[in-house]
Ligand binder design. Structure first.
Ligand SMILES: Nc1ncnc2c1ncn2[C@@H]1O[C@H](COP(=O)(O)OP(=O)(O)O)[C@@H](O)[C@H]1O
Ligand SMILES: [Mg+2]
Length: 404
């Protein structure tokens, strides 16, 4: 099978998806905006060919893809990076290939179109409106009431997302929304936040996963001192999360999803009701695929590739651990000066630590507002959930990174 893969070298995870495709026997042709020499070795070694394009020039991308298709048979176009999903769909249409069309992709990108499709299918979404002007935001808030959420229609990483508790906060938020064309105004849903992630083939779920966000991402985004955690749950099939899994299946059906990775977020209210959050036709970010691999000692990059190429996954899944990724933010500004508490924690809990990746001493402190990983991450795994989060919390509180 010949697979045209968009952006094989960036973000980092893509290199492993390309490797997975090559391992299951696919011929991978890369189309990226990096110079070939800058594509990381892992991806470059797995590629049969590479073409450099500018992602800002869709016409040139289509032209390049058509030129490739005139020389060899292209069977599939794949992209697992959110900004390129629509481009991938356009290429499929241009090349007459199966897979998601533009019309099928838009509801995965536009948070209002998404909820409209799901409302029609009877899925519980937060009460919501699309708004393009201050007037429309105020009007939506009148109908929804407080507290409410305002967020970009195609946002990511909780950027420009605000909880609004009263009319004066509404005016303050409206004042800073000027640079965003369109927002979603939503009922604020109180509760805990989980994911439902899958790998599908032919519309069947071949693998599913649930993560628990600690705390809710918007809280983590607003409080610099928090070490956000993403916890891959060893048992995603427990009774109190079943409403989320059922919703996940209905969402995939309603959105006509067939092949590849999906990442849904949902809210569990204190009364047990599951409420839809959002869904992407791609894997979760924040290095969560790595954490899912650590949780079961598997290679989901390759499993995804198998699902795409062969329509099935032959390995058996044994869920072994809960796995929490703890994201750290340095204290202070400037460059990284040192770490404190890590040695002691590693001496105590080393056997439960699957990975440690830190911004090195001397490197500039990273902008925690712009990316989840911050200045480092520690991956904890333990068969027992309470033990896993207890240890993860110790790395949250007793390990600090200093900048100056
Ligand atoms: N309707 C809502 N009720 C409560 N919290 C919300 C709501 N919408 C968004 N949030 C909070 O904001 C975060 C980011 O919103 P989300 O829709 O997931 O966008 P993205 O992750 O693409 O930035 C969520 O993880 C959640 O913590
Ligand atoms: Mg989200």
């Amino acid at each position: 099978m010949n697979v045209l893969f968009l952006s094989p070298g960036f973000p980092t995870e893509m290199t492993d998806f390309v490797r997975g495709l090559a391992e299951v026997g696919a011929n991978v042709i890369g189309l990226g905006d990096q110079a070939e020499g800058n594509v990381p070795d892992k991806a470059r070694n797995a590629l049969a060919a590479y073409y450099q394009v500018s992602f800002g020039d869709p016409a040139a991308i289509i032209e390049t893809a058509l030129a490739i298709a005139s020389r060899i048979r292209v069977d599939r176009v794949e992209s697992l990076w959110e900004p390129l999903m629509i481009m991938a769909a356009r290429l499929r249409e241009e090349l007459g290939l199966p897979g998601m069309t533009v019309v099928e992709t838009v509801p995965f990108r536009d948070k209002e179109a998404m909820k409209q499709v799901l409302d029609e299918a009877g899925v519980r979404t937060p009460h919501h409106y699309r708004a393009r002007t201050s007037y429309e935001v105020r009007h939506a808030l009148e109908r929804i009431g407080f507290p409410a959420i305002v967020k970009p229609i195609a946002g990511a990483g909780s950027a420009d997302t605000y909880r609004i508790n009263d009319a004066s906060q509404a005016e303050a938020v409206i004042g800073v929304l000027g640079h965003i064309d369109e927002v979603s105004v939503e009922e604020f849903v109180d509760g805990e936040e989980f994911t439902f992630d899958t790998i599908c083939a032919g519309g069947r779920i071949l693998f599913h996963n649930m993560c628990w966000y600690r705390p809710r991402p918007l809280i983590g985004k607003q409080n610099e001192w928090i070490s956000q955690q993403t916890v891959v749950l060893r048992n995603p099939d427990v009774d109190h999360l079943a409403a989320g899994a059922q919703m996940g299946q209905r969402v995939l059906e309603a959105m006509s999803f067939r092949d590849g990775f999906t990442h849904m977020e949902w809210y569990l209210k204190p009364d047990g009701e599951a409420v839809f959050g959002e869904i992407g036709a791609r894997p979760p970010g924040g290095r969560t695929v790595d954490a899912m691999n650590f949780a079961s000692d598997i290679d989901l990059f390759r499993w995804w590739a198998e699902a795409i190429v062969n329509g099935r996954i032959k390995d058996r899944l044994e869920r072994k651990y809960n796995c929490s990724t703890v994201f750290k933010r340095a204290i202070g500004d400037g460059s990284i000066q040192g770490y404190s508490g890590l040695d002691r924690l590693l001496a105590e809990f080393g056997q439960y630590v699957a990975a440690v990746e830190l911004n090195p001493i001397g490197a500039p402190r990273r902008n925690w507002r712009q990316q989840l990983i911050g200045d480092g991450m520690v991956v904890i795994r333990h068969p027992d959930l309470q033990s896993c989060i207890d240890i993860a919390d110790r790395f949250g509180t007793d390990f600090q990174i200093y900048a100056g």
